[in-house]
Unconditional design. Structure first.
Length: 603
């Protein structure tokens, strides 16, 4: 039998390696910019065309390369960062494997122009799909200029599965943000299709954060600083009022490298457990300095997952540092005496006269010997028939709370609902219904009601715009600003009037008439965060995200005291919806404690 095992050609091996290192255009930008930083660059310019599918160009003023090094840099495992295996535990550079340039050259057409400071002329090298095309001397500036064209031109399957230009550009912006936030001493610029998206001069860390995410964040963050024998932690963490459900800017960096670490994220959120609503997140920008021998960055091709030797100890240090920052700056929500829109707290006043004796209300018609549980009575005639004349059309098939085998419907379940309701802990509305005790989550119920109203208005273009006397200015990060430009037309359909002022700034000139009085900036930030995952998809998906985000912002918050009339109105509007059981994102709205269960509990 003949031998069947053979060595793969270098071009094939490079393409296999590229599948792990180069996943999309953002991966190319990350690798080239990190190489520029390792070369000591003070200014880095990134230019992309068609979200990097057609062209990615990175220019830097770093040390440059000699003609020999330039040619050797495209070989697999050729690197200037390490010399032996022990160097992996003493890394001070972003790159070290020597795979990035070889992987890029395997799936694209690459041109490199570079020159050392002491050389009179530079070197130009051209490579296409791992095949060396040519090398010649050229006049150029000190540093390196990488031009990557037609990414995945020789791997059609990979190019076919790239996402839309909007999605790929968002990924590039994400990679760009992760790099610029940890290198405030380097000037950066980013251009897309010839238009400058970002220009960041050399600045301090706090100013770099402000330059990336806007001036508003300057009032939302607190400094964090602690130094121990195990690690040094510095940076900023958000105030409790900066918390949001989606889109919170959360970044961890260790030794100048971005990392993802869910375990440490819990340590940051632990001090905010009773300060922010459940499910919301605060922004943070935290920088770890750890001895290189105490971490391992070589466990994932993207180098974003890092293993620490002393995770539990660092967890405790991090939590204590954040708790100290919040307490040190007295950033505990104080008592707010602005009572507008807040529940009224009755004040006890002592009167000279005697207090009226308590009255006991009773129903003289009630007979405990009449068993009405199995007797189906006609629905009340106070508009319930109009609300339930047609069958509900649920958007997602969910388990029903009603006994469909006996023909029980939403109309039947509340046919004999009590006209009086009870609010429990400012969160749940409790009311007696035909089959037992119904408990409704007031916030989720209102989200469902508003979502269906907003969806209908969007479908029929019924929104009216309320012009603002003084337009509000908002500043977004480059990634969020790009999303905002994509959804401006959709926002106009729901009543927002937003103008692009350039430089990632926008003017809000009008808001939907029905949501006047809410925090416009917070609502738009929430809409952008929700739409970021939907941009580039079907219009229905984007409309769904916009309607749901607006409904969450405008819905009755937990803790708001409701009158009996308000609770009655909420119940009526909820049971006129197409789906009374679940919110648009699949969370339960109500439950029913059956009469039999109550009898069993008290039997």
């Amino acid at each position: 039998m003949s031998d069947i095992i053979q060595l793969l050609p270098d071009s094939v091996a490079n393409q296999i390696a590229a599948g792990e290192v180069i996943q999309r255009p953002a991966s190319v930008v990350k690798e080239l910019v990190e190489n520029a930083l390792d070369a000591g660059a003070h200014e880095i310019n990134v230019m992309v065309t068609d979200a990097g599918k057609t062209l990615i160009q990175v220019n830097d003023d770093g040390s440059g390369m000699s003609a020999t090094d330039a040619r050797l840099s495209f070989e697999r495992h050729a690197t200037s960062k390490i010399r032996q295996a022990g160097d992996l535990f003493d890394l001070h550079t972003m790159g070290f494997r020597g795979e990035a340039l070889a992987s890029i050259a395997a799936v694209a057409q690459v041109e490199l122009i570079t020159r050392l400071h002491d050389d009179e002329v530079g070197t130009q090298i051209t490579i296409q799909g791992s095949h060396f095309v040519g090398q010649e001397p050229v006049a150029c500036q000190v540093g390196s200029q990488f031009k990557v064209e037609n990414l995945f031109f020789n791997v059609p399957a990979r190019r076919k599965f790239l996402k839309s230009n909007t999605t790929e550009l968002n990924n590039i912006l994400t990679a760009y943000e992760r790099i610029v936030l940890v290198n405030p001493g380097v000037a950066f610029s980013l251009h897309h299709n010839g238009v400058e998206i970002s220009h960041l001069p050399v600045a301090g860390l706090r100013q770099r954060i402000i330059d990336v995410f806007g001036k508003k964040i300057n009032q939302e963050i607190l400094p964090v600083s602690v130094e121990t024998s195990i690690c040094k932690i510095s940076g900023y963490v958000g105030k409790p009022e900066s918390a949001r459900k989606k889109g919170a800017h959360q970044f961890f960096f260790v030794n100048g490298r971005f990392m993802k670490h869910a375990y440490f994220a819990k340590a940051v959120m632990a001090p905010f457990e009773r300060l922010v609503p459940q499910g919301e997140q605060v922004p943070f920008f935290l920088y770890f300095e750890v001895a290189p021998a105490d971490i391992d960055v070589n466990i994932h091709p993207t180098k974003t997952e890092i293993k620490f030797d002393n995770e539990q100890a660092i967890w405790q240090i991090l939590m204590a540092a954040v708790k100290d920052a919040v307490g040190k700056f007295n950033d505990i929500p104080s008592i707010d005496f602005d009572i507008e829109g807040k529940p009224e707290i009755p004040i006890w006043e002592q009167h000279s006269g005697d207090a009226a004796p308590p009255a006991v209300k009773s129903n003289p018609q009630y007979n405990p010997f009449n068993d009405t549980r199995n007797r189906r009575t006609a629905p009340r005639t106070d508009h319930w028939e109009d609300l339930y004349g047609q069958p509900a059309n649920t958007e997602v098939q969910q388990p029903s709370l009603f006994d469909e085998e006996e023909g029980e419907t939403a109309a039947d379940i509340i046919a004999e609902k009590s006209p009086s309701h009870y609010q429990y802990k400012g969160r749940f509305v409790m009311t007696a219904v035909k089959s037992g005790l119904m408990i409704i989550d007031q916030h989720r119920a209102h989200v469902r009601v508003l979502f269906e109203e907003y969806t209908e208005k969007m479908a029929h273009h019924r929104w009216m715009t309320q012009k603002l006397l003084f337009p509000e200015m908002i500043r977004l990060s480059p990634a969020d600003a790009d999303v905002m430009r994509q959804i401006i037309d959709e926002l106009s359909l729901v009543g927002f009037s937003v103008s692009d002022l350039g430089g990632d700034s926008f003017s809000v000139n009008g808001v939907p008439a029905d949501i006047d009085g809410f925090d416009t900036t917070a609502m738009l930030n929430g809409i952008v965060a929700a739409a970021k995952e939907k941009v580039g998809r079907a219009k229905d998906d984007l409309d769904h995200a916009l309607a749901l985000s607006m409904a969450r912002s405008a819905a009755i918050p937990y803790g708001q005291v409701l009158s009996n009339e308000e609770m009655e109105n909420l119940v009526n509007r909820l049971f006129s919806c197409s789906n009374v059981n679940m919110t648009p994102d699949g969370k339960p709205i109500l439950c029913i404690l059956q009469q039999e269960e109550i009898d069993h509990l008290l039997g």
